[in-house]
Ligand binder design. Structure first.
Ligand code: SF4
Ligand code: SF4
Length: 469
C-alpha cells in the first residue's frame, strides 16, 4: 500500500459527518477558588442547611413545615393551609415566577449559578469526588488507569459517600410529608410505610443520578427554565461575557513581552476559563444557552490577568450594551413594569395572608324539605352548619342569625370545635307565618369565637316559607 493511499481521508472526514446523538463527554472540572466560588458556597450552604434542618424544627408541638397530604393540610411555620387556601398557593407561585422574571431581567441566570438545587448538590458531589480522587489531572489519570486497589477504593469511597448524601436528601424530602421523628423511628425499626420507603429510595436514586452523573446535562437538556430564559434577556441584562475586542487575537506569550506588537490581545489562551466551567463551554465563543452565570470563569481569568499584570475583567459580568456602546440602563420600562407588578402582588398577598381568618362556615339547607309546619303552626327550616376550624387551637363558637324577622332558634348556640376539626351542627329556625311577608327571606348565620374576636365568619342563606300571592 503506498503512503498516498495511507493518508487518504476517511469517508467520514470527507463527508463531514455530524453526529446528532454524540455521547456527552465527561467534564473534568478544575477547582479554582475566587470571589464567585466563595459567593456560590456562601449562597448554597444556607439553602442546603435550611432544606436539611427545617423538618426538625418544631412549632406548637408539630413539625414547622409539614405537608400533611392524607389530612389535606399544609403546615407552614405557625400557619395551616387547607385546600380552601389553594388560591393563596397559586398566588405564591405566580409571585415566585414573577420574582424570577424580574431577577433574570436584571442579573440573568444567577439563580442557576448560585442557588439552584442542581447547582448546590452538584457542588457538594464534586467536593466529595475531589476528596477521593484528587484534582482535575488526577481524576483524568485515575479514569484512564486500570482497575487496581487504588482505583477501586477511591471510586467505592466516592460512590458510598454520594449514596449517603443522596439518601439524606431523599429522606429529608419525604420528611416534609411525614413527620420526621416518626419516620426516623419507623425506618430504624423497619416498620415504615412502603410508600414512604419507595419515595425515599426514589429520591435517593434521583439525587445520586442528577448530582453524580447527569450534572450539567440537567441544566442543558432537562431544565425548562434554561429553555425560556433567553426570552427574558435584553441588551441590558447582566451576562458573563468575554471582551472579544480586548482579548483577540488570543495567543501564548511570555509575561512582560510586547504582545501587542505581535498583534495579540489580552487572552493568553491558557484555557483555564474552559477547565473551570461546570458545563464545559468556552465563553470566548460568545453567550451560550448552556452558561449558568456561575462566574467561575471570571475568577479564573482574573487570576491569569493578575499574574500577567494586565487589567482584570477580560471575562466579566457585563451587558451587551456596555460592551457595544460603553453604557447600560439599569432602570428600563420592562423592569419597572415587572417591579411594579411584583410590589402590587406581594402587597395584596401579604394583606390577604395577614388578615386571613382560619375559619370557614358552610350552610347546607335541608334539600329534601323546603319547609315544614310544626305542631304549633310555625314554619320551620332545617340547616346543617359545617364549621371548619382551620386554626391550630380549639375554639368555642357562638352562632347567631341576622334577619329582618325575629326567628326562633332551636339547637345549641354554643359549639366547641377542636383544632383542625370539621364539625357538623344541625339547627332549626321557626317563624310565625303571620310574619312571613314573602316566601323567601334572606338570612345570615354568623359564627363568632368566644375567645378571639378576629375568628368570625358569616354565611348567607335563605328561609323558605309557603308561597305568598
Ligand atoms: S461560561 Fe463561565 S459563567 Fe458560564 S457556566 Fe461556564 S464558568 Fe460559569
Ligand atoms: S482564562 Fe482568560 S486568558 Fe485564559 S483562555 Fe480564558 S479568557 Fe483567555
Amino acid at each position: 500500500m503506498s503512503s498516498q493511499e495511507e493518508k487518504k481521508p476517511s469517508l467520514e472526514e470527507e463527508a463531514h459527518v455530524l453526529y446528532l446523538y454524540e455521547t456527552e463527554k465527561k467534564i473534568y472540572q478544575r477547582r479554582f477558588v475566587g470571589f464567585f466560588r466563595k459567593l456560590k458556597k456562601r449562597s448554597g450552604i444556607p439553602l442546603l442547611l435550611g432544606y436539611l434542618l427545617l423538618p426538625w424544627i418544631q412549632i406548637d408541638g408539630r413539625q414547622a413545615v409539614w405537608f400533611d397530604l392524607p389530612a389535606r393540610k399544609f403546615h407552614i411555620l405557625w400557619m395551616t393551609f387547607w385546600p380552601q387556601d389553594f388560591m393563596m398557593l397559586a398566588w405564591l407561585l405566580i409571585i415566585a415566577a414573577f420574582a424570577l422574571f424580574s431577577v433574570t431581567v436584571v442579573v440573568g441566570r444567577v439563580w442557576c449559578g448560585f442557588s439552584c438545587p442542581q447547582t448546590v448538590w452538584t457542588m457538594m458531589f464534586s467536593g466529595v469526588e475531589r476528596f477521593f480522587e484528587g484534582g482535575r489531572n488526577k481524576r483524568i489519570k485515575l479514569d484512564l488507569a486500570p482497575w487496581d486497589f487504588n482505583k477501586i477504593w477511591r471510586k467505592s469511597g466516592k460512590h458510598f459517600v454520594w449514596l449517603i448524601i443522596a439518601f439524606i436528601t431523599g429522606f429529608t424530602f419525604v420528611a416534609y410529608f411525614n413527620p420526621v421523628r416518626q419516620l426516623s423511628i419507623d425506618l430504624l425499626t423497619f416498620s415504615a410505610h412502603p410508600a414512604a420507603v419507595f419515595w425515599i429510595f426514589f429520591f435517593t436514586l434521583m439525587t445520586y443520578m442528577n448530582a453524580g452523573y447527569l450534572r450539567e446535562q440537567v441544566c442543558k437538556y432537562m431544565c425548562p427554565y434554561a429553555r425560556f430564559q433567553s426570552v427574558m434577556f435584553d441588551a441590558d441584562t447582566l451576562i458573563v461575557s468575554y471582551d472579544k475586542e480586548r482579548g483577540e487575537t488570543r495567543g501564548q506569550r511570555k509575561k512582560g513581552s510586547d504582545y501587542k506588537a505581535k498583534g495579540l490581545g489580552d487572552c493568553v489562551d491558557c484555557s483555564l476559563c474552559v477547565q473551570v466551567c461546570p458545563v464545559g463551554i468556552d465563553i470566548r465563543d460568545g453567550l451560550q444557552s448552556e452558561c449558568i452565570s456561575c462566574g467561575l470563569c471570571i475568577d479564573a481569568c482574573n487570576a491569569i490577568m493578575e499574574k500577567m499584570e494586565y487589567p482584570k475583567g477580560l471575562i466579566s459580568f457585563t451587558t451587551e450594551n456596555k460592551l457595544a456602546k460603553g453604557n447600560t440602563h439599569i432602570l428600563r420600562p420592562r423592569l419597572l413594569g415587572y417591579g411594579l407588578a411584583l410590589i402590587v402582588m406581594v402587597g395584596v398577598f401579604s394583606y390577604t395572608l395577614l388578615t386571613r381568618v382560619p375559619l370557614e362556615l358552610d350552610i347546607i339547607r335541608d334539600r329534601s324539605l323546603l319547609y315544614r309546619e310544626t305542631s304549633r303552626g310555625l314554619v320551620e327550616n332545617i340547616y346543617t352548619l359545617r364549621i371548619n376550624n382551620m386554626d391550630n387551637q380549639a375554639h368555642q363558637y357562638a352562632i347567631s342569625v341576622e334577619a329582618e324577622q325575629d326567628f326562633r332558634f332551636i339547637g345549641d348556640r354554643l359549639v366547641n370545635v377542636a383544632a383542625g376539626e370539621v364539625y357538623t351542627h344541625v339547627v332549626r329556625l321557626e317563624l310565625d307565618p303571620g310574619l312571613l311577608n314573602r316566601g323567601n327571606i334572606d338570612i345570615a348565620f354568623t359564627l363568632q369565637a368566644v375567645d378571639d374576636a378576629a375568628m368570625r365568619d358569616t354565611e348567607e342563606s335563605r328561609f323558605i316559607g309557603p308561597f305568598i300571592p
